[in-house]
Design a protein around this ligand. Structure first.
Ligand code: PEP
Ligand code: MN
Length: 349
């Protein structure tokens, strides 16, 4: 399969019913901007009890969607049975999901089931930011003679992501690209964002980082979706998104500058998040001190203790590479806030 750049894959998170799949597929195809359909037939849910996919009965619906739209179809495979059943219905493109990439036993099983296939296989990043695990999945496929490979960056969980569902950690994806430069890498902003309001922004960042395409969850009526309702777009919104994203021509010099800058800004955001979290923890401790003082009838301000803290911090000004002025200003602000917290505790009784 010759890949367009940007390669656009779109369709629902899950195949739910024949009608939902066919109407979505037709509306997605009607945009004229999509190269490959997507739909999850088997859904790997982190917790049991959620919709686990329609399973094999959805494959004939999907084959029909392919026939009606003329578009190739793609789905997630997580074990040998999925591969066998999807092959039987002539699924054109496979992807390995984040949870599966995280497990070498599973990737090995899928790789063996796909042995020698000419079909395109995308490997999503593992749930954690472990580049070796991601590489390992690709290597297992290569060792089974699967040559048409691509990567999907869908973000990483467990990093205090703020508003996003999965932190993009762009530098990890870019490290993967550095290690496997011959593989196309597309971005899945839907799973990074978890909510549709951020998708345009993340999509543009992917375009600016020279990704080769996108996978975007699109549903005929997103709010009623049986999985990932908040992050799916309508076909119309998909069309607007694809019209607005700027695939700027890249010079390699400025591109590496952008990549470096993006990685560094992400580090800054992570550090800021951590600093604020620590400050909040510090205030909790101050409140505990306030409670002890209250119980023992001791006043809040103990000037000698504060002078000690200030002196200790100021002596490390040089080794920290932070000016005395900055340290004083920052510590004063922390002290004022601390006293306010203790005051509140004093008034509690
Ligand atoms: C999906 O593509 O619907 C999916 C389950 O994604 P991920 O493996 O990235 O969580
Ligand atoms: Mn999904």
């Amino acid at each position: 399969m010759k890949l367009n750049k940007p390669l656009i894959i779109a369709g629902p998170c899950s195949a739910e019913s024949e009608e939902q799949l066919l109407t979505t597929a037709q509306a997605v195809a009607a945009t004229g901007k999509v190269d490959i359909l997507r739909a999850g037939i088997w859904k790997p849910r982190t917790r049991p009890g959620a919709f686990e996919g329609a399973g094999v009965k959805a494959l004939p619906w999907y084959a029909k969607a392919k026939e009606i739209t003329g578009l190739p179809i793609s789905t997630e495979v997580a074990n040998a049975k999925h591969v066998e059943q999807a092959q039987a219905f002539d699924v054109d493109v496979f992807w390995i999901g984040a949870r599966t990439t995280s497990n070498p036993f599973s990737t090995q099983e899928v790789a063996e089931a796909l042995r020698g296939t000419e079909k395109m296989v995308f490997v999503k990043n593992p749930v954690s930011g472990d580049v070796d695990l991601w590489c390992g999945a690709v290597e297992r496929l290569l060792a089974c003679g699967v040559k048409n490979l691509g990567l999907i960056h869908r973000g990483f969980s467990g990093f205090g992501t703020g508003v996003l569902r999965n932190a993009p950690m762009w530098h990890i994806a870019l490290e993967m690209r550095r290690r496997m430069p011959e593989l196309p890498m597309i971005c899945d902003p839907s799973h990074i964002c978890g909510s549709r309001e951020y998708i345009a922004d993340i999509t543009q960042q992917a375009a600016d980082l020279n990704y080769d395409g996108l996978m975007i969850e699109t549903h005929i009526s997103p709010d009623e979706a049986w999985s990932d309702a908040k992050q799916q777009l309508t076909p119309e919104a998909l069309s607007v998104l694809l019209d607005n994203v700027k695939w700027r021509a890249g010079e390699s010099a400025s591109e590496s500058y952008k990549m470096a800058l993006m990685g560094l800004r992400e580090q800054i955001d992570t550090l800021d998040h951590e600093i604020l979290r620590l400050l909040s923890e510090r205030m909790n401790v101050a409140e505990q001190i306030g409670r002890i003082k209250r119980e023992n009838d001791v006043r809040i301000l103990q000037s000698a203790r504060w002078a000690d803290i200030m002196n200790r911090v100021l002596t490390s000004s040089h080794s920290l590479g932070l000016s005395e002025h900055f340290l004083r200003t920052m510590l004063d602000a922390v002290h004022v806030e601390s006293i306010e917290h203790q005051n509140r505790v004093m008034k509690e009784e």
